[in-house]
Design a protein around this ligand. Sequence first.
Ligand code: G4P
Length: 298
Amino acid sequence: MTIQWFPGHMTRARRQIQDKLKLIDLAIELLDARVPLSSRNPMIDEILQHKPRLVLLNKSDLADPEATKRWIEYFAAQGLQALPIDAVAGNPSREIIQRSKQLLSAKIEAQLRKGMKPRTLRGLIVGIPNVGKSTLINKMAGRKIAATGDRPGVTKGQQWIKVGTEMELLDTPGILWPKFEDQVVGYRLAATGAIKEEILHITEIALFAMRYLVGNYPEALKERFSLESLPQDPEDTDAVVAVMEEVGRKRGALLSGGRVDLEKASIAILRELRAGKLGRISMELPEEVLEFQGTDLR
Ligand code: G4P
């Protein structure tokens, strides 16, 4: 799904989430484990104010476990608990409830001290399009929740979904926008499939992904596409394009006359990367982001 975000949409999306903050005990921020910061809304701290927050690194089945471990440390250093999940194959409900209770333990204990029965925890899932919000809501609900207008600014009546006996979720997630100003963020999101191709050119996205793979996952790349050797320098565009052409030849992406159809080759490369055929690959590491952003961690 592609959403064209305009300033009006952003303002409305933000206001909708802020209206819901009054109703909830905690926010559940869903990120893509392969690109946690690129899939994060740039204003999230401001939007969620001081609401207790649990960070979920979804699609962790597709992410490099080593990188995910480093991301968990990265978030912990910022005082945020991050939990890797797989909303498709796993059922993270129990762990989410347990972590939420930990996060809200002071409030729960205060209720117990007053002799009150702790209230059901109320949560709101928030995240940018395609991180898996609906998949997670359906999984936690144990049934398919009717799709709503998944567009910024489209609302319907508010409903609570029971997750076991201890938690309730708002049935519509808070939809946020990604950080557009940064071109690398756009490419990372496009490479992982969060942004559809119309916005960026498919060969550019595949070139970006291929450079990253040459630099960070050369063995996985060689193995998947049976490549003998790879360029030494991922910045060497001609050499990286030559690898894309070689893959294209192997995948039968040819034009009449036998030349490689680079667009078709790009589609094949991205399809296989996104489906996890090259193994578990993360496209962003905390140290790269810190280097890129200087001292500004957010
Ligand atoms: P959204 O509500 O945040 O927009 O996301 P949604 O649940 O629609 O999920 C987007 C795509 O991501 C879906 O694939 C979904 O199956 C997939 N997905 C969600 N969680 C996980 C996960 O933990 N692991 C993996 N591997 N995939 C996950 P789709 O319907 O095929 O859509 P698309 O791939 O065509 O975008």
